[in-house]
Design a protein. Structure first.
Length: 146
């Protein structure tokens, strides 16, 4: 558990995911929608239940203000990334540093060499100030009859 002023950033134990999922999903749904049908809410929920991903909550004064999911990505060439996959909430400027400060030692303890974060281009405003660099832009083209 970590806190910054009145904000707390808390992992949800697997046995409590069902208790918090609906509330977290209200925040995560817009981020999940950006996957454009490649994953849905049930896929994220299932990954959390199977301990593939971790569900985190940002709480202020006992009120949920954001939800985050993370996972470790094992790359074939012996690198591990700590992915901040789905994020949704309000007042990010007030808790983003708490999130990163909490996750950094966890990533290191798990042998990760870097953070990865996925989001829309507007995230550069928040992550650029925190030493994240955009590495690529993801382009897609739909194939006819694909």
């Amino acid at each position: 558990m970590s806190s910054s002023d009145e904000y707390q950033f808390l992992p949800v134990p697997v046995e409590l995911i069902d208790s918090f999922w609906d509330a977290a999903l209200k925040f995560l749904q817009p981020a999940i929608a950006t996957a454009e049908g490649k994953v849905d809410a049930y896929d994220i929920y299932s990954d959390c239940q199977q301990r593939i991903s971790v569900l985190w909550l940002v709480v202020k004064d006992e009120n949920l203000v954001a939800a985050v999911t993370t996972r470790i990505i094992n790359y074939p060439q012996a690198r591990k990334g700590y992915a901040i996959e789905y994020v949704g909430g309000r007042d990010m400027k007030n808790w983003i540093d708490l999130v990163l400060e909490t996750l950094k030692p966890i990533a290191k303890q798990n042998g990760c060499t870097h953070f990865e974060a996925y989001g829309r281009s507007g995230w550069k405003r928040w992550l650029g100030k925190r030493n994240f660099e955009p590495k690529f832009i993801h382009f897609e083209m739909e194939l006819e009859d694909g």
